[in-house]
Write a protein that binds this ligand. Sequence first.
Ligand code: URA
Length: 441
Amino acid sequence: MRAYDIILKKRNGMELSAEDINQLIIGYMSGSVPDYQMAAFVMTVFFQGMSARETSDLTMAIVASGDRVDLSGITGNKVDKHSTGGVGDKTTLVLGPLAAAAGVPVAKMSGRGLGHTGGTIDKLESIPGFNTSLEREIFIQNVNRIGISIGGQTGNLAPADKKLYALRDVTATVDSIPLIASSVMSKKIAAGADAILLDVKIGDGAFMKNISNAVDLAKAMVEIGTHVGKKTIALITDMEQPLGQTVGNALEVREAVQCLMGEGPSDLKELCLVLGSHMVYLGGQARSIDEARSRVERIINNGKAIDKFRELVVNQGGDPSFIDDLSLLPQAAEKHQLTAVEDGYISELKAEQIGIAAMTLGAGRETKDSQIDLSVGIELYKKRGDRVLRGETLAILHVNDAEKANVTKDKVQQAFVITKEPPVARKLVWGQVTAQGVELY
Ligand code: URA
């Protein structure tokens, strides 16, 4: 069938066959289907949606566009974890060592940040000497030797997703459930883990703004994972405000280290315990989530989690002295304090606006070729629901460029909405989706 006919079929609300979808993706990668036809196709999918079968076929067509990592050389149940994107989300830095210390092999390929959301690889590069470009064999040897390796994506994994994502980004078609589900799951399936834990974000800083869309996305992804024989669990977690108290690469590494030592902000700690227990359960190192939770709490309290992080840093060429002296991480030249202009409660702390402000300071990339500054970012002294008095510190901007600081200050100030009454509390974890069904808390 011609690309035109496939687009027309979808536009008219009919279901595409696996062959239609494969043909379109193969044609797009070979160049016979140009960007303008693919743009029309993704816009049609945005409006018409896709059935679970079509979404699964699209995922597998994207997987087939590139290589699949063979992790069979690593013994044990490899568990991958993926977040649909957030502001201040440094959980991978905590969860990797935590799960590895509990006996779950962690072979983690991570990405760089783009736009208002950060990436684990950028954060790890704040650590002096830390090498994120590892040959595949070294990556696998590391996991077999110390239980964990974290590197940038190597090889040609899901190249159709790269091309499609860039197209979606400029055609207002990113926030489509079948397109997000196939994009995320194609990369997870290509990366070769045995089980997948998905952290589906909901709220201001996330693609999914409400619970019903978040559940639909989680269901679509769990269905794909289950269909290809990978045990998959999705947790739906809050991203109405940034996670923890820091946004910015080195600042987030500092907070992750504190969390691995049992310190740090309570929302970050709790989310890491919840996600960590699910990883340990999926990795077969506990018979229930409750048993896994006791295990990960113990591993943080007895120092094994931070010891595993130290081992990871040393093993990948990093200087671990910053763990005992966090001031050795990259530091910005100036700090600008923002204070409350009235008494009240923080009723909103807009995640996306904080993410964009941090990007403007240099912590993130506006385009994929932008240079980032590892030392800059935002420290949040007040979070949603906190009581605040006029003159109290709301945030501290860590800056290297006075011009950028000036542009950003007002945006950060406006991200804090202060009201006389406290806001209705929001859940940190909204529910979970497994092959057995949906459970909302
Ligand atoms: N993250 C992805 O990897 N893909 C999407 O489409 C959206 C978020």
